[in-house]
Design a protein around this ligand. Structure first.
Ligand SMILES: Cc1cc2nc3c(=O)[nH]c(=O)nc-3n(C[C@H](O)[C@H](O)[C@H](O)COP(=O)(O)OP(=O)(O)OC[C@H]3O[C@@H](n4cnc5c(N)ncnc54)[C@H](O)[C@@H]3O)c2cc1C
Length: 480
């Protein structure tokens, strides 16, 4: 099958008949709901971009499984160049959408499952790798969106899965059948779940002996019977229901996070890629997280470009563009943004081949990348807030701008530099607000902190990967 266009992709999601609970009601068949629609447009951009001549080399790539041309969002990386191009592609899409485009989680899951199943088979004589190749060939050929589902509710963080008051707080196998397993539990915060055809479910932590029921990895279509979805709220989300696009900030695109519940879901054998091999659960978590920590060195940088542009534009509109401290703050924003990009590119360039033949990022640098991402977007947001001024928090509504009484006052008193229309100034302010305090801040700030694990998870990995003894030995050899 040829690569889908954005419209074809949207039709293919409509055909799934997915529904969710959203603010006390059923959504009806998605993605027609106005609160959800911007999120599917962002995913559609991953398809439309592949149709654009200028972006073809980033988005179109030859499959290692079929030899056919596929979208890079389903590619198993075959070189460090592939890893670098993934990050560049993500930056491009951050520029296009200024939000989370929701398609990299499945890509990161696939690359992790591909190599971990190979290594698990080598040790345990299991048959997961070929199963996964068969499964992923279809995802590539049909140009699917696949959600990567790792995060369990986790209950009491101080307790192991089997010691929780409710064992379902980590996804687990509750029954084994001759042709598959029954699974119960939930995955929280699922990015783009309702814009996905399929999901890959993975364990959320390293499981130990005695926790075999929780060491489960599988793939399932999103419209399988036995799955329930509850839509997550974002700051200012109901502005999307109010009418005027101006107040939304990002008038076209948005993100989506969904709570996903498995109510005794049947998973057939051919879709299971780990089941009880506790010694490979931790490796899967680590590899998925590594690829995903690389991802943030592209997508958040792309959104950062938009925020920097908006800060520079509002400074121009406010008449402070040439002030030295403003120029310095813009330079600082660029410096922070490019530092994250440099880390994304570095962990890609320093990648290596896995036993299965796909390429993995440099783990230490991917963790350095993500640790920077837990901080720098917050500093970019702080600087943009400084430059934009207090209107960021007090701007009147689009409806008041249209009002015959209030409108003229707004136009008169919110005028700034010569030649700037008040409405244009308001649009830029709303876009900045969207990223630093509105719906867009869920992906730009909160996800930068927690997505692919909170900062401590990266610190642990950095501590493990940094070869401290090697550094101590350097000192010893210098001092000899
Ligand atoms: C916008 C957004 C999108 C996301 N998208 C996805 C997605 O698509 N797929 C997916 O699988 N996940 C996704 N996530 C989930 C993300 O990976 C988690 O939020 C992250 O791993 C943190 O887990 P948590 O939210 O349960 O927080 P917690 O684990 O509760 O962490 C909160 C704090 O407690 C600390 N802590 C936690 N456990 C312990 C412990 N045992 N001992 C000491 N300290 C501890 C942490 O270090 C942190 O400081 C997303 C998250 C966000 C915010």
């Amino acid at each position: 099958m040829a690569l889908m266009t954005g419209d074809e992709y949207i039709e293919s999601i409509k055909a799934l008949g997915l529904e969710a609970n959203l603010m006390g009601a059923k959504t009806g068949t998605l993605p027609d709901h106005p609160l959800v629609e911007p999120s599917i447009r962002a995913v559609a951009a991953t398809y439309d971009s592949a149709q654009r001549k200028e972006a073809a080399s980033l988005f179109r790539v030859k499959s290692s499984l079929s030899g056919e041309e596929i979208n890079r969002f389903t590619h198993l990386h075959q070189s460090t160049d592939d890893l670098v191009n993934k990050v560049k592609m993500q930056r491009y899409l951050g520029n296009v959408t200024s939000c989370c485009f929701q398609r990299c989680v499945g890509l990161d899951a696939a690359n992790a499952v591909y190599s971990v199943t190979y290594e698990c088979d080598e040790k345990h004589g299991t048959k997961y790798h070929q199963r996964f190749r068969d499964y992923w060939s279809r995802a590539q050929t049909e140009d699917l969106v696949v959600d990567g589902a790792m995060t369990d509710p986790k209950g009491d963080r101080g307790k192991r899965p089997k010691d929780q008051a409710d064992p379902d707080l980590f996804v687990r196998v509750v029954e084994r059948k001759s042709d598959g397993v029954i699974v119960r539990g939930a995955k929280l915060h699922q990015t783009g779940m309702l814009n996905s055809h399929e999901m890959i479910v993975m364990p959320t932590i390293n499981m130990r002996e005695g926790e075999e029921d929780w060491a489960i990895c599988f793939a399932i279509p999103t419209n399988t019977k036995g799955i329930r979805y509850i839509y997550g709220r974002q700051a200012s989300d109901t502005r999307k229901l109010e009418g005027p696009k101006l107040d939304v900030g990002n008038p076209i695109f948005g993100g989506q996070e969904v709570m996903t519940i498995f109510e005794d879901l049947f998973v057939p054998d051919e879709r299971i890629f780990l089941c009880g091999e506790v010694d490979y659960s931790g490796l899967l978590v680590e590899r998925f997280a590594g690829y995903h920590r690389q991802s943030y060195g592209g997508c958040k940088v792309g959104v950062g470009d938009v925020l920097i542009g908006a800060a520079a534009l509002i400074a121009r509109m406010n008449g402070v563009e040439k002030a030295s401290h403003i120029r310095d703050k813009i330079v600082e924003m660029i410096h922070l943004n490019e530092t994250m990009f440099a880390c994304g590119i570095a962990c890609s360039s320093m990648g290596h081949e896995t036993m299965a033949g796909n390429y993995e990022i440099n783990m230490l640098l991917a963790n350095v990348c993500k640790l920077n991402v837990t901080r720098f977007p917050y500093e970019l947001a702080r600087l943009a807030t400084d430059i934009a001024g207090g209107l960021l928090g007090t701007l009147p509504s689009a409806k008041d701008l249209e009002d015959p009484v209030a409108g003229p006052y707004i136009k008169k008193y919110l005028a700034a530099a010569d030649g700037v229309e008040t409405v244009d100034r308001m649009k830029v302010l709303r876009l900045i607000e969207n990223l630093v305090a509105g719906a867009g801040s869920v992906a730009y700030l909160i996800e930068s902190m927690h997505g692919a694990g909170p900062p401590t998870a990266q610190r642990i990995m950095i501590g493990r990967q940094a070869d401290l003894e090697g550094k101590i030995n350097l000192v010893k050899s210098i001092l000899e």
